[in-house]
Every structure is written in structure tokens, then in C-alpha cells.
Write a protein that binds this ligand. Structure first.
Ligand code: ADP
Ligand code: MG
Length: 221
């Protein structure tokens, strides 16, 4: 399999992804906050909307940078614009992606970096899969992408990623939260989806949609 996109097209694809992700976050503010009201403090939607506004405002500046620097800068913006726990975690993911972005961005090389970035989130949050957090979507989605990219087309790998994100989100419902604010409600967190897992799924879906479209393929919904 070839590169994810032509080298000089990387930043254009990044901008499309950024716009798609921010659009999803803004459109789903109410839903994300409702999920956070059930097991947290109800601000997850608002937190990520602040990040989305900061990113959209900076989009022009970001697009003048080489892709790795743009990713790092975007991560810093997310950290500084979000007060809640999710800001430093999503920021860490973007900064880790930027720092390790491969010179030759083949799908396989990007898949490895993506998986490392998800591990960096776990280190930052001192958390792991199974604790009812965004990691329950991010980690299996990155793994599915890496495993599928080795054997199939980019479209199939993106489909595998969004499918894993869907099941990762659903898997958070029966879990008892042991990290973040939801850990305080203990047993009462059982039966609810994790808000961070829901936002992670939205973001990954938006990125996958853009990458599929730029490869003229469609994702199953
Ligand atoms: P806060 O909890 O500070 O109000 P948000 O509401 O924006 O921040 O984000 C909550 C989400 O952040 C949770 O649903 C969970 O997915 C994620 N999260 C919180 N703590 C951690 C952690 N230690 N590791 C991974 N994810 C976490
Ligand atoms: Mg919250």
C-alpha cells in the first residue's frame, strides 16, 4: 500500500480532517454533555467545543506549518483551551502524533505512530483499556487499523478502525469507571456510555470519512 496522501497534500488532508472533527464536536455538544451529566460534571461537550473553536481559529496558521509541527501545535492548543481532563489527554495524543510522524507517511508507518500515540494517552492518564475512558475506543481502533492495514486496502483498514471504535464505545456501557471524575460515582457509572469514549469515536469517524473520501471510498455507517 502507498502513502496516505501525496507529501504536499498532507497538510490539506490534515485541514480537512481538522474541520470535519471540529464540525462533529460542535454538532454533538449537547449529546456529549448529556453523557457527562450522567456520570461526571456535564461539561464534556462544552470542553471539546472550546477546543474546536480554538482549532478552527488557528486553522490558517496551522496550515502554514509542516504536518508534524501542525499536529504538535494543535495538541498544545487543545491542552490550553480545555479545562477538563480530556484536554491534556487529547492534546497528548496530537503532540505524540506530531513528534513521531513518519517522514515517509505510508499507511503502515502512520498506523504504528497512531498506536504509540494512544499508548502515550494511557501513560498521561495513568489509565488502560477497561477503565471506561476514551482509551476503550482509541486503543482498539488504532490496533484494528494497524492490523488491517498490513493485509488490506486503506479503505478496509479505516472501516476496521471505525468498527472497532463503535464496539469500543458500546463496551464502555457495562464497565465501572475507575479513572477520572466518573470513578467517584463508582457502581452508578455502570449502564452509561463514557463521554470521552463517545467523543473519541466521533473524532475517529470524522477522520476516517475524510480519508475515505480523499481515496474515493465510502464508509459503511
Ligand atoms: P472532566 O472529567 O475533567 O470534567 P471531561 O468531561 O472533558 O473532563 O472529560 C471526561 C472524559 O475524559 C471521560 O469520559 C474519560 O473518557 C476521559 N478521562 C478522564 N480521565 C481519564 C484518564 N485518566 N485516562 C483516560 N481518559 C480519561
Ligand atoms: Mg466533565
Amino acid at each position: 500500500m502507498g502513502r496516505m496522501s501525496p507529501p504536499d497534500g498532507d497538510i490539506a488532508v490534515f485541514l480537512h480532517c481538522l474541520q470535519a472533527v471540529c464540525g462533529e464536536l460542535l454538532a454533538n455538544e449537547a449529546e456529549l454533555s448529556a453523557l457527562d451529566r450522567a456520570i461526571g460534571d456535564g461539561d464534556h461537550g462544552a470542553n471539546l467545543c472550546r477546543a474546536a473553536h480554538a482549532l478552527l481559529e488557528a486553522a490558517d496558521d496551522l496550515s502554514s506549518l509542516p504536518l508534524p509541527k501542525a499536529l504538535e501545535r494543535a495538541g498544545m492548543l487543545v491542552v490550553t483551551s480545555v479545562g477538563g481532563a480530556s484536554g491534556p489527554l487529547y492534546g497528548t495524543m496530537l503532540m505524540a502524533l506530531g513528534r513521531a510522524w513518519p517522514q515517509d507517511a505510508t499507511a503502515g508507518a502512520v498506523a504504528d505512530v497512531l498506536e504509540q500515540a494512544m499508548e502515550a494517552v494511557g501513560r498521561r492518564g495513568r489509565s488502560t483499556v477497561g477503565e471506561k475512558t476514551m482509551l476503550d475506543v482509541l486503543v482498539p481502533a488504532a490496533r484494528a487499523f494497524r492490523e488491517s492495514v498490513a493485509s488490506g486496502s486503506l479503505g478496509a483498514a479505516l472501516q476496521a478502525m471505525v468498527d472497532a471504535a463503535d464496539s469500543g464505545l458500546a463496551a464502555t456501557r457495562p464497565m465501572r469507571a475507575t479513572k477520572g471524575r466518573a470513578a467517584y460515582v463508582g457502581e452508578r457509572s455502570i449502564g452509561h456510555l463514557d463521554p470521552g469514549a463517545a467523543s473519541a469515536r466521533l473524532c475517529l469517524r470524522a477522520v476516517a470519512r475524510v480519508l475515505c473520501e480523499s481515496g474515493s471510498k465510502e464508509l459503511r455507517s
